[in-house]
Write a protein that binds this ligand. Structure first.
Ligand SMILES: [Zn+2]
Length: 305
């Protein structure tokens, strides 16, 4: 008898539950339709130009106090860097982190899944990402004070095996930062730190297991040495060397949200998060020239599509 009472109670409970679910689903549908309708209305208000919204991602490496011959894509005179920061600020750009860019790209993807061709997102906010590769000491000593002065953000991808606990000067290579430098910069809220792999070996022509090993080692060192890790997983390919196949493996098995390349272009609604393009900043560019290069790169990006 007890058994039947029990069963009856269970049936009644599950009926109540089902009814609630139906209500919840209907509510969700109504909410969803409202959002879609709202976004469609906003969308039609936007001009056609908004299809070409974009976020430029700049790429720097090493900064020097002495003059650098024009056209160098890896060395920039620090005064030129300051001109770039000034020009970007005056042009109304706001620097964002790669974590923010990932957030924007997620919105774009979700919008596409909902059938919205132009989702409401921050692609049109005149945002820019400054990335700096390798982890040279000049990032801390020369670039960081300027980033603080202009209150601008940057994302640094370090070769983790070259980062140290004390300054070791070797004739062979330009000195890199220490873990203390990186932690101090991250604490300022202006710098995000990511992996440029453990050993900086080009990825192309290497088997997955080998790449996975240097990528895993890189992440393990960042986990161990950094006091804070960014919520976004970013891999910056050494020398921009990668294969499409590797980007899929890195996404699927290593969970990378964004993968940075050296392909020229600006990030827009059609950009793949597996291959984020960047603009290599060359020495000799004035602030005005940098702004022009950004616009030219954007034009080329949209011409290709
Ligand atoms: Zn590099």
């Amino acid at each position: 008898m007890k058994k039947y009472v029990c069963m009856a109670v269970m049936i009644v409970l599950s009926l109540i539950n089902m009814t609630n679910n139906v209500f919840a689903r209907e509510n969700n549908d109504v909410q969803y339709n409202n959002i879609v309708q709202q976004q469609t209305e906003e969308k039609t208000k936007e001009s056609e130009i908004s299809k070409q919204d974009y976020i430029p991602v700049l790429m720097y490496h090493h900064f020097r106090e002495e003059e650098v011959p024009a056209g160098d894509g890896a060395n920039i005179n620090i005064e030129e860097f300051e001109q770039h920061l000034k020009a970007l600020t005056e042009a109304g750009y706001t620097t964002i982190f790669l974590n923010d860019l990932n957030h924007v790209m997620k919105q774009v993807q979700e919008g596409k899944e909902m059938g919205i061709t132009q989702p409401e997102l921050h692609m049109n906010g005149k945002y820019i990402v400054i990335t700096i590769d390798d982890g040279y000491r000049s990032n801390y000593e020369l670039a960081y004070p300027l980033l603080k002065k202009y209150n601008m953000k940057a994302c640094i991808s370090v070769i983790t095996s070259r980062i140290h606990h004390g300054y070791i000067y070797t004739e062979k290579e330009i000195d890199k930062m220490s873990w203390d430098n990186l932690n101090e910069m991250q604490q300022s809220g202006l710098i995000e730190i990511f992996s440029h792999t453990y050993d900086h070996k080009p990825v192309e022509n290497r088997v997955y297991e080998d790449v996975r090993s240097s990528v895993t080692k890189g992440e393990e060192m960042l986990d161990k040495e950094l006091e804070v890790r960014s919520p976004v997983n970013v891999l910056t390919y050494p020398n921009g060397s990668y294969t499409k196949n590797m980007t899929v493996l890195m996404r699927t098995y290593m969970g990378y949200d964004l993968q940075l390349t050296t392909n020229s272009g600006v990030v827009n609604r059609d950009t793949s998060i597996l291959e984020i393009p960047r603009i290599t900043v060359n020495s000799g560019w004035s602030g005005e020239q940098l702004l022009q290069k950004i616009e030219q790169t954007a034009q080329k990006t949209f011409q290709k599509e």
